[in-house]
Design a protein around this ligand. Sequence first.
Ligand code: EPZ
Length: 423
Amino acid sequence: MDKFVVQGGMKLKGTVQASGAKNASLALMPATLLASGEYKLHNTPILRDVATMSRLLETMGLKISRDDHTLTIDSSTITSFEAPYEHVKKMRASIYVLGPLVGRFGQADVSLPGGCAWGPRPVNLHIEGLRKLGAEIELEGGYIRARAKRLRGARIVFDVSSVGATGNVMMAAVLAQGTTVIDNAAMEPEIAALGQFLKSMGARIDGVGTNHLEIEGVDALHPAECVTIPDRIETGTLLIAAALVGDKNSSVRIERCTPSHLSAVTTKLEDVGATLTIGKDFIEIVPPESIRPINITTSIYSGFPTDMQAQWIALMSLAQGMSIITETIYSDRFMHVPELIRLGCNITVKDNIATVVGVNRLTGAKVMSTDLRASASLILAGLAAEGTTEVLRVYHLDRGYEQIEKKLASLGAEIERATGEEF
Ligand code: EPZ
């Protein structure tokens, strides 16, 4: 398995481009099940999770090819309505095939996703939403077995705002008979991107980007092309790297991003003392003289994203004082904390609250990745630590960051990938 070897102490400056959004691609790709034909998804990031989704769709008969960052998907032949455990256990987002399969074919057998590093990841909202649309759903042998004649529009209110459940129900409803209303729908930009893509395929959806969606079912859709939105979490992660170890006499500029998708993060970085210049498709950051301790509470969009919580803790670990990080989306998403403590961070966690007391220095160590965003926080801390940090099992990072080591190295970081050893 690969590891990253990070030499701390380097100062970052220069320009880097953001890649396409992982969590948009993982929703757009299964949407191609909704109509036969050829689709082109531009600016699709080169990631393990995208490869996993490609392999799943190929087992269902779709033909997928990649030319640089353009994915061509031909869904003319669909030979299976099943998402087997082997795929779903690798990536929870595999469940996104459920909605389109039930919506178009009235049939789906999708393995229940396991938990993940930080706890259970239920799918009750997905199931309840599809049942309201008229699907018969049995949970049997670790699978969600769904059957339906033709789905019928319904009024659905999600008890909890759920990105995945909103995506699945939206993809099921676009071919249902009649109107579906979804309240408390997720508003994340990746779900808005899915809604726009479905509309470009002929779907009738009002309220895209809001938490109130009205979907008028149609009899058929058609293939389309789209340009995947930039990855707001990758952009935020690179911004925090710059705030932590940027050259104070220079700046880091992130291009091809969508600043409005991470205004909660940029605002908090300004509170920390960084100076940001925000353009239409770029953000330039000058690091703070010293890092002010700033509390955050994760929230649904457009609040502070839970996927930036681990990275924020890394930043606060070198702040001039104490800060409180409250995680409201997941219970127990703090697997990164014990590893950060090994680098010298002073963090205590009680219930869903992490208290971080800033320290003057971190020291490099061997640390273990546990999940995607936790790994990113370890890299960030390693950049700021004195000496060498080895981040093990970076396959977690490869799931959601396209060549992050090359992007950081292009800004001046000393980070390299080592392969081969069993860590
Ligand atoms: C998406 O996961 C993202 N993944 C996650 O990003 C992100 O952390 C999450 O949304 C929240 O923003 C993708 O888009 C592929 P949810 P998802 O359903 O859809 C509870 C990353 O790092 N819930 O919005 O699985 C759930 O337990 C990943 O890129 C139910 O109770 O998240 C959680 O507490 C990690 N029942 C909350 O809702 C359900 O049926 C939000 O989960 C579904 C969810």
